[in-house]
Design a protein around this ligand. Structure first.
Ligand code: ZN
Length: 265
């Protein structure tokens, strides 16, 4: 069997349809396996016929085209024949008895990612008094094909939401700053130093500052964030005024910056 993998770009409704099709194919696969387990002497043709039975029995199975249903049955059969082969060859260890497949591997990954985002966000907020980050419009960024590959819309939005949430919980200030020119301006002298996306080092011709591109941008973001909080006393998500806490100047030391650059800077 030839398995082709492709990367798709589609609309939300299209992804929903694909997700449904995958779930139905999984249902067909598991049903075919059940049929093989419950009936002696079943061969691959019987499994194929079973797919037509499922289409009659379940309306949603009928929605999946017949080729996709057949392919589910074929997958089960290839697992079964591999198991028989291993038994015949008296392969040592596990013989690979076919198992039912659970839904939602692409979901478990997401949950794992969510847990990681929560942990990191909590840690970042707890250990700093102010968190400044670029107010990125990921949708616009994704329109740029060069960036689309590397940007995870979901993970960034999720991370940002958790940072803002923990900001409220722990009484820390979180502030989103406009992303414009954060990469192009020199964090030391403020002059513009144009660079392409592939230039990873900021080298200022005006004052001689040499910094990693992201480090330079992070310093700019921090400066804008501090400026916003300090002068306008907008405490985006924080619940108290940092500038007046016991007259002590808090430590501002964190800036979150997404690794990828925006096309606007
Ligand atoms: Zn400079």
């Amino acid at each position: 069997m030839l398995v082709l993998e492709a990367k798709l770009r589609g609309k939300t409704e299209q992804y929903t349809l694909i997700d449904e099709a995958i779930r139905t194919a999984l249902f067909c696969r598991n049903k075919a396996l059940r049929y093989w387990m419950d009936n002696r002497g079943v061969d691959k043709y019987d499994l194929n016929k079973q797919m037509a039975v499922l289409a009659k029995e379940f309306e949603f199975a009928k929605q999946l085209n017949s080729q996709a249903r057949q392919s589910s049955a074929e997958r089960v059969w290839s697992g079964i024949s591999r198991f028989f082969d291993n038994c015949k060859k008296k392969k040592s260890g596990k013989k690979g008895y076919p198992k039912f497949k659970k839904r939602g591997h692409s979901e478990r990954q997401l949950k794992k990612l969510q847990r990681k985002a929560v942990k990191t966000a909590r840690c970042v907020v707890r250990s700093n008094d102010l968190i400044a980050y670029e107010d990125l419009h990921v949708r616009n960024m994704v329109k740029n094909h060069k960036l689309a590959k590397s940007i995870s819309d979901a993970s960034w939005s999720m991370f940002r939401q958790w940072v803002e949430y923990f900001g409220k919980v722990f009484g820390k200030v979180t502030v989103a700053v406009p992303p414009h020119y954060t990469s192009q301006n020199c964090s030391n002298c403020g002059k513009q130093v144009l660079k392409t996306l592939s230039q990873r080092t900021h080298h200022c011709l005006h004052c001689g500052t040499v910094l990693d591109r992201d480090h330079n941008a992070a310093l700019n973001i921090l400066a804008i964030g501090l400026n916003r909080v300090g002068h306008t006393q907008i405490y985006a998500c924080g619940e108290f005024d940092l500038c007046q806490v016991d007259g002590v100047r808090p430590q501002y030391n964190t800036v979150i910056r997404q690794q990828q650059e925006t096309h606007t800077d």
